[in-house]
Design a protein around this ligand. Structure first.
Ligand SMILES: Cc1cc2nc3c(=O)[nH]c(=O)nc-3n(C[C@H](O)[C@H](O)[C@H](O)COP(=O)(O)O)c2cc1C
Length: 191
C-alpha cells in the first residue's frame, strides 16, 4: 500500500476478530520500534508484548475505551476484544524527552502492524499501577501507553471536521467509526 493510503486507513480500531496475530507481524512491530528515531539515540524505550490468551484476558479490564461514546457503543464486547497488547515502557533512569520518543515509536509500531492488516488502538486511559504490577515492570520502568491490537471487525473513515461534528468521533449506521479531521488548509501555514 502507498504510504499516504496506509496513513489514511491506519485509524483507531476498537472491535476485533478473534484471530491470532502471527509471530512475523509481532516481530515487525518490535523491529519498527527498534528502528525508531529517539532523542540523542538514547534508547529509553522497552516493550512488553502480551500475547498469551491468559495474560491478554487479564489486561482487558484494565484499559478504557472510547471516552466520547457510551460504553455499549465504544467498548468491545467479549467476542470483539483485542487479541494482543503491547505495553510501551520508558526507562526512567535515562534522561531526555521520552514522550516524544514514545510517540514516534507508537506511530511506527501501529503503521508496521497496519501494513500487515492488523489494526490498533493506542491507549492512555489505563490503570497504570495495576498494569505495572501485572506486567512485572521494574523500579526504573514507567508505563507510557498500552496498544491494543487485532484484525479489525469494523471500518473507520475520515470525515470532514466541521462546526457540527467537532472533534468527537462517532459511529455511523454500520457501526463503523467516523473520525473528523480538519482540512489541510486549516492545518498548515506557508510562508
Ligand atoms: C496518546 C493517545 C491515547 C489514546 N488513548 C485512548 C484510550 O485510552 N482509549 C481509546 O479508546 N482510544 C484512545 N486513543 C485513540 C484516540 O481516541 C484516537 O486516536 C482519536 O480518536 C483519533 O482517531 P484515529 O486514531 O482514527 O485518527 C488514544 C490515542 C492516542 C494517540
Amino acid at each position: 500500500m502507498d504510504i499516504m493510503q496506509l496513513l489514511a486507513t491506519r485509524r483507531t480500531y476498537r472491535r476485533f476478530q478473534q484471530k491470532a496475530v502471527p509471530a512475523d507481524v509481532v516481530a515487525d512491530m518490535v523491529e519498527a520500534v527498534r528502528l525508531s528515531s529517539c532523542g540523542a539515540n538514547r534508547q529509553a524505550l522497552r516493550l512488553v508484548v502480551v500475547q498469551s490468551p491468559a495474560m491478554v484476558a487479564k489486561v482487558q479490564p484494565l484499559v478504557k475505551w472510547a471516552a466520547y461514546l457510551p460504553p455499549e457503543q465504544g467498548a468491545p464486547k467479549p467476542e470483539e476484544q483485542p487479541v494482543l497488547f503491547v505495553a510501551m515502557v520508558q526507562d526512567t533512569s535515562i534522561p531526555g524527552d521520552k514522550d516524544t520518543d514514545a510517540g514516534i515509536a507508537l506511530a511506527n509500531l501501529t503503521l508496521a502492524a497496519w501494513a500487515k492488516g492488523v489494526g490498533s488502538c493506542i491507549m492512555g486511559a489505563i490503570d497504570r499501577p495495576r498494569l505495572a504490577e501485572l506486567l512485572g515492570l521494574g523500579e526504573n520502568e514507567a508505563l507510557h501507553t498500552m496498544v491494543a491490537l487485532g484484525y479489525p471487525a469494523h471500518a473507520a473513515h475520515i470525515v470532514p471536521l466541521t462546526e457540527a461534528t467537532g472533534v468527537k468521533y462517532y459511529l455511523d449506521a454500520q457501526r463503523d467509526y467516523c473520525v473528523p479531521k480538519p482540512d489541510a488548509k486549516e492545518l498548515a501555514r506557508y510562508l
